[in-house]
Write a protein that binds this ligand. Structure first.
Ligand code: MN
Length: 233
């Protein structure tokens, strides 16, 4: 067989397998694929603090791409996991695609849930008490979180986490890493609030003024969700 015939035969075989409905169903069923979670509000719900266009691009294109690339990786190997969290805990240190795309998917899924329309962004007395207990005051918490977000160099995330000892702490991670991954240099804990400091999350509206974006973020935090996550065992 010469090279041309070989290529033709190869393409023919690939074409056939793609058209075989049984094989498609089987390979789909064998792959635990992840889905883009439904956004719990409209794209314009966070205005004027985060604009609809930023939300639409961030959610559909950026988060959408993480889901798509993660699924492409999941179809390639045999990964045993019951949740995206378990996938990251087990594979982030072994597989760079799972770490980056899986991290992107998990981080954004939390990020959307931790945001809400400005009129719903209210802190209960119990939530305020959590911050006072662990940071002395709401103001100290806010100043520390803002400082972490402002001083972070490059792409990454700033987190409020609950440690295994129950204490709340602030930490930052590069790229799409997060505190549930078992990686060197990561302060492990359960994220209860995350701020995306990648430029794609604010550049359209705020350009290089990250401080304005951080202040805007504080106007649309879903404190009820943060509190629920803190109180979860
Ligand atoms: Mn993002």
């Amino acid at each position: 067989m010469n090279k041309r015939h070989f290529l033709k035969a190869g393409l023919g075989m690939a074409g056939l397998s793609l058209l075989d409905p049984l094989q498609s169903v089987e390979s789909f069923a064998a792959s635990p694929l992840v889905e883009l979670p439904k956004l719990p509000y409209a794209f314009n719900a966070l205005e004027p603090f985060i604009d609809a266009r930023t939300m639409e691009i961030h959610y559909t294109r950026h988060h959408g791409a993480y889901v798509e690339k993660l699924n492409a990786e999941l179809t390639k190997g045999s990964f045993q996991f019951g949740s995206t969290e378990e996938l990251l805990v087990k594979y982030a240190d072994k597989n760079l695609t799972i770490r980056n795309q899986g991290g992107g998917h998990w981080n954004h899924s939390l990020f959307w849930r931790c945001l809400t329309s400005p009129e719903k962004s209210r802190m209960s007395t119990e939530m305020a008490m959590h911050l006072i207990t662990h940071f002395n005051s709401e103001e100290v918490f806010r100043a520390q979180f803002q400082e972490a977000a402002l001083s972070w160099f490059g792409s990454g995330w700033v987190w409020l986490c609950k440690g295994s000892d129950g204490k709340l702490f602030i930490t930052s991670t590069p790229n799409q890493d997060n505190p549930i991954m078992k990686l060197k240099g990561i302060h492990n804990g359960k994220p209860v609030l995350g701020l995306d400091v990648w430029e794609h999350s604010y550049y359209l509206q705020y350009q290089n003024k990250r401080v304005d974006y951080i202040n805007a973020f504080f106007k649309v935090i879903n404190w009820a969700e943060v509190e629920r996550l803190i109180n979860q065992p």
